[in-house]
Design a protein around this ligand. Structure first.
Ligand code: BGC
Ligand code: CA
Length: 430
């Protein structure tokens, strides 16, 4: 089923390329058809300059990938620019707590080889991605395995630490048991794609063949990698495995022993992603259908569903833990969120064209959870969205397909690397 989606995206991508090719052939003035010049009949009906069109960054917050510092120029590119993501720290704490609770509840049976140590391995998504860093820190904090440097828990991969000699982690204690991070690494494939599920599947093979009997728990920064390790090893061994994202396949696997995941409320994020664009296009307050109900009755609850950081123009969805106790409520990750699932009136919110990219068409969370949600909401919001799927490695693979921004009314951007916002804004500034 995943294959089908990727295929569909590839086809759409190809169509996009050929359409762009036609577009630039059609006018030898082609290069100048930006800025929504009104003489391009096929373009959007907008006469707004590209640099003034609504823009939303989502899932990857413009920021410095080594320091985490937010890129405020990108976040305030124009008056209708926002970021939509989720509360990384709150979610990371939940994930850490969920694992600590599990250890406490199973303390008598967890230590498989009886060496007195509860050993875990950790799959890291992207060492330069705020969310990945937060999750690594959250787990280390809750299990007592983190070491602090300059006031923050070190998030570097430990490599192999079966003897406990690593300097980036230390042995912790939970419920009177010693806990050790036996190994952790960034799951990046040789072509450069991060959060790579196949790499995680290989890593668990390598780890288990040299110290499998020491591994009592498997932890992952996301479900894509977590499920890959679960299917390759821990499911058959009955070793508890924890992920993040609450993708439908991971939630279903809880019935087969996957121990838990975190919902980053993708149903709220996908809504917000399109909603902030819709509001700007309609010229209404940005909080319409968010903090305050719109005419169709859509409204979210601040503090429960999301929080807003005005200084950074960032909306963050709030996370929920998903375990054997409650997973039944999360089985369909692609269903619109009830309180915001009402159709907008096309007379007040007429059809508009949106360019939207997904940094990696093969990312489990974005392609199997986020995009199907966006596709449900785009209908409800009368938005005609063109979905572009990237290869997860090369920014230009995506920016090349933003050749005719004048044809769109608004943009939703998911960067390959969080440092690269300027590659997009430069195109809109032309
Ligand atoms: C998700 C990951 C995903 C990443 C992509 C994260 O928020 O949890 O599964 O791979 O975003 O940027
Ligand atoms: Ca042990």
């Amino acid at each position: 089923m995943n294959k089908k989606r990727i295929l569909a995206m590839t086809t759409a991508a190809l169509m996009g390329v050929s359409m762009m090719a036609c577009g630039s052939q059609a006018g030898s003035t082609g290069a100048a058809t930006d800025a929504g010049s009104t003489d391009t009949a096929t373009a959007s009906t907008s006469s707004v300059a590209n640099k003034d069109k609504p823009l939303v960054w989502y899932n990857r917050q413009p920021s410095n990938s080594s320091t985490g510092e937010l890129d405020s120029a990108a976040l305030s590119f124009n008056k209708d620019t926002y970021y939509v993501g989720f509360d990384a720290v709150q979610g990371a704490e939940l994930q850490g707590q969920m694992i600590a609770d599990y250890i406490e509840a199973h303390k008598d049976t967890l230590d498989r080889n009886g060496d007195g140590i509860v050993g875990y391995v950790l799959a890291i998504g992207d060492i330069g991605h705020n969310d990945s860093i937060a999750r690594t820190r959250g787990v280390r904090k809750a299990l007592g395995t983190g070491v602090e440097k300059d006031g923050a828990i070190v998030s570097d991969p430990a490599g192999t630490n079966t003897d406990g000699s690593s300097t980036v982690v230390q042995d912790g204690t939970v419920a009177g048991l010693t806990v050790r991070e036996l190994a952790s690494q960034e799951m990046k494939n040789s072509a450069g794609a991060t959060w790579d599920a196949a790499t995680a599947g290989n890593a668990i093979g390598t780890w288990t063949s040299s110290f499998g009997d020491q591994i009592d728990i498997v932890v992952s920064n996301n479900d894509g990698m977590g499920m890959s390790m679960f299917n390759a090893w821990s499911k058959a061994e009955g070793v508890p495995t924890f992920g993040y994202d609450a993708n439908s396949d991971a939630v279903a696997a809880i019935a087969d022993g996957y121990s838990g995941t975190i919902s980053q409320h993708a149903d709220v994020q996908a809504y917000l992603t399109l909603r902030v664009l819709r509001n700007a296009l309609d010229g209404v307050d940005v909080m319409t259908g968010i903090a305050t109900a719109d005419d169709a009755g859509n409204v979210l609850e601040e503090g429960k569903d999301y929080r807003y950081d005005e200084a950074n123009r960032s909306f963050y969805a709030l996370n929920l833990a998903v375990t054997a106790d409650n997973y039944q409520e999360f089985t369909d990750a692609t269903k619109p969120y009830g309180p915001v699932a009402n159709q907008l009136d096309a007379a007040k919110s007429p059809s508009k064209k949106v360019w939207l990219d997904i940094y990696n068409a093969a990312d489990n969370f974005l392609s199997a959870t986020y995009q199907p949600l966006l596709q449900n909401y785009d209908d409800l919001m009368n938005l005609d969205v063109e979905y572009i799927g990237g290869d997860g490695q090369t920014e230009s693979n995506i920016t090349n397909r933003l050749g005719n921004p004048g044809e769109y009314d608004a943009f939703a951007i998911n960067m390959v690397k969080t440092d690269n916002a300027a590659s997009y804004t430069a195109i809109l500034n032309q």
